[in-house]
Design a protein around this ligand. Sequence first.
Ligand SMILES: NC(=O)c1ccc[n+]([C@@H]2O[C@H](COP(=O)([O-])OP(=O)(O)OC[C@H]3O[C@@H](n4cnc5c(N)ncnc54)[C@H](O)[C@@H]3O)[C@@H](O)[C@H]2O)c1
Length: 369
Amino acid sequence: MGTLMRQPRLRYAVIGAGAGILNAHRPALALPEVDLAAVADVNASVGRQRAEELGCAFYGDYRQMLAETGPDVVVIFTPPFLHASMAIDSLRAGSHVLIEKPMAVQVSEADAMLDAARQNQRLLGVFFQHRFRPEVNAARQLLQQQVLGQIQRVELIATWPRPDSYFKLASWRATWWGEGGGILTNQASHNLDVLCYLLGQPTRVVAWTRRLLHAIETEDTVQAMLEWSDGALGMLHISTAEADRPERLKIVGTHGSLELGPGELTAQILDVDMRDYQVHCSDPYESPRARPYEVTWEESTGDHVAVYRDFHQALLNGTDLRSDGIHGLEELELANAINYSSYNHREVLFPLDQLDYATLLESLRQQNN
Ligand SMILES: NC(=O)c1ccc[n+]([C@@H]2O[C@H](COP(=O)([O-])OP(=O)(O)OC[C@H]3O[C@@H](n4cnc5c(N)ncnc54)[C@H](O)[C@@H]3O)[C@@H](O)[C@H]2O)c1
């Protein structure tokens, strides 16, 4: 008789099981690698109900859960202002951590989380599931292979229409104390993450944040100008007050361009790189010709299951984590820098001064107390 290969299983625990986002996690919590030991929530009635549905223990106090269940992996989907302390507690308790975006509300907290991960030699992953979208990865490949030449221009427009009823779903939403921002630290964290994933973190930003429509403390609309270290220039416009295309990212290089949207990627290639054209074209008015560039991608889904699968690969087989905290921090620093630029009416160079940012955030919290 042959030996039966047993599926390796990881002991899991969840903090914030009553969250609306649990539904996106349910298929992943049913993966064969997941042995869900317990869930915690301060809301005991919903927490108990979720524990019953998921067939695991319930705790009202997550610290007690960590101490008594000793999970391999802790998944955190509480409101953002709790992310840093809960992640650090879990890492110090010896667990690996998978945390919902944004990984924290300010970049100094994200740094402290990464320090805790390093000191305790644990993995810290963030739910940036858009990194697993096939069209995002096809775009990343085009950029890595330098098919577009030297990047010159980046335009990102993303609209996430939300009515006021959305912001009333929970008291922490769109507040300075609860999430340290509006669209910047909530919906658009995915857009900022894709931007940094594809192009790296910008090095300079000038921005305006506005509250155009909603009865909230924080911004619902953002306009920003960006610059990267290689000289690429960009703009972004994001809003929960507008209803336009959900995502349009255009990247123009000296040798071609691409346009990315949900489930869509098109690319064009020039018959001559602009760097050669400007030197060698003898006709003062001739433009380079563009032709469609065929883009192919592998089937995959940009969902929560993909993030868990990648995390399991990293834990069980030692592969690199695609959605890791080190890179998760980049979009948070960009969000903080945009906010800082708007309130201080000046450009911000990276790295963002974390103490100055903490002072700004504290004063915004005080003003809205
Ligand atoms: N990746 C995505 O696409 C995506 C989508 C939606 C939300 N999110 C993120 O998920 C997180 C949760 O969002 P939501 O809208 O589902 O939240 P929610 O307000 O619906 O739920 C938060 C839960 O945390 C619990 N909680 C609060 N304090 C706690 C404590 N001290 N201990 C234990 N539990 C506690 C609450 O009781 C509640 O059940 C946020 O960070 C949000 O940005 C991510």
